[in-house]
Each structure stands twice: as structure tokens, then as C-alpha cells.
Design a protein around this ligand. Sequence first.
Ligand SMILES: [Zn+2]
Length: 304
Amino acid sequence: MLVRMSITGRFAPSPTGILHLGNLRTALASWLSARKAGGRWIIRMEDVDGPRCRRDLGEAQLRDLERLGLVSDGPVVWQSGRSLLYQEALASLHRARFLYPCACTRKDLQVMASAPHEGDGLRPYPGRCRARAWEGFGRALRFRLPGGTVAWEDRLLGPRTEDPALLTGDPLLFRRDGCFAYHLAVVVDDGAQGVSEVARGADLRPVTATQIRLQEALGLPRPAYAHLGMVLAPDGSRLGKRDGALGVEALAARGVALPDLLGWLGWSLGCQAEARPCGLEELISAFDWSRVPKGDVRLPAAWA
Ligand SMILES: [Zn+2]
């Protein structure tokens, strides 16, 4: 019998290191939201980004999630095994005249990026190769963004209207080294996996309008979005490289037991009034996007 699921949430880390507290908090938020709605929750490993992605790091991330009780409904999908799907999407975009070859070298891009740019630090691709004639697949390929702003709604940040041309510019979908690029894989897989809710870190908020344009070009439905703040050091500064290693194992070594960790994560997501130790299941009924803090949260001083 086919059961109609209300939502499908997902957590999609890159297996390039351990999952730090910010990742775990995002994973828990997406899991709680899906569970509360009686929906599905899946894990996807975004390992298309070449040699920085390692299978063993991905396996370690899955073990950490499992220790928290976060287990994928259905097999974990690894993007490195899905090239055919991405190739088909590229072919469909090419038929609709959305692709053009980009001949810019890394150095060209650096020179363009060093020009003064206002905004949040992203350097949009200025469209230098837009007029280049098609040279076949196998070249670096960019997506020709249709003009105009994109209006979308964030479960935490509210309604937004953004111009993707000013944020990312035409995104790279296929790289000169033969790898499919992040924007293509994420959009294709969210569509293929029926993902209806994307909860992720606020660092990805500026690429959302671009990904929505890509969904539209591929005829895929738009999921709901929620962008969660970062976990900062106790003094409000960004966590450094050393603090970044603060994962489940490092915390356990500092005497932070799993119920403590879940209690703090649940508190940081507005599920409980104080960071009292708790179990995973008891957080579900208390979870509500309207109670999740919109901004960044600070690490407890005792854990730093
Ligand atoms: Zn170019």
C-alpha cells in the first residue's frame, strides 16, 4: 500500500571532515521537522567534489549521526554513484539552451573576483563566456540564469526576494576536471529523491535563488527552505579550525554524554527552555520552526 508521506526532509553533508556541532544541529532540526510531520528523513552524501571527499569520512559521519539516533529512512545515497542522472540533467538543460562553455581559468576567475564587490562576500561570475558557442560536453559548463529576481520563503527568515545574478551569477554545473558541480547534483537529487523540505546552514542561503532557477529549468518542484544559524564560540567569535573538530567523539572525550548533547541541541532549537539532558524522542513534540532561533547560537563555555 502506498502511504502518502507529508514531507521528506534530508541531511546532505559533504564527507570532507567530521560533523561539528553546527552540522549536528542542522541534521537534528531537519530530522525533528520530518518526524513531527510524520514524514520521511533521508541522508545523502554529497561526495561529487573530487578528492577532498572520502568514503571513510562519510562512514564516520554516519556513525556519529547514528549515535544521536539519526538514521536514514532508506539507503544512504552517495552522489559519486549517480553520474548518469546528472549527465541526463545536463543533456536536458543543453536541449533547452541553458548551458554554455566557460573557458575561464582559475586565474581569470581570481582576477575577476578581485574587483570590488558589494554585498555579502560572494563573488558572482560576471558572465564573461556567455556568448561562447557550444563546444560539446566535456568542457566546463555554466547555467545561463534567466534574468529577474526570485521570491521565496524561508521557514526561519521569512519571505525573501533575491537576484541570483548578483549573488552567484551563472553557476558552474560541470567542471573542467570532469566533476559534476555542487549546484547540479544538489538540485537533481532533491528532485529525484522527492525532498520537500531543505533545512541547512545559513552559509547556503545566498545560493538558494540560483538553485530555484535551476529547479525551474529542470521542471522540478520547489522544496520548502529553512536556513539555520551557525554555532559560535562562547565569546561570539567564529569557531576556529581546532574548535571545528568539536564533534560527537571530541565532546564525549570532554565528558559530554549523549543526553547532554541532545539536551543542548534541543534547547538551541527552541525545543526546551533549558539545556537539560534528554532523549531524542522527547524533542519531537516540542519542535516547531516558529520557536527555532533565527540567528547564530553560542557554544556552552564548558564545552569550548
Ligand atoms: Zn568563463
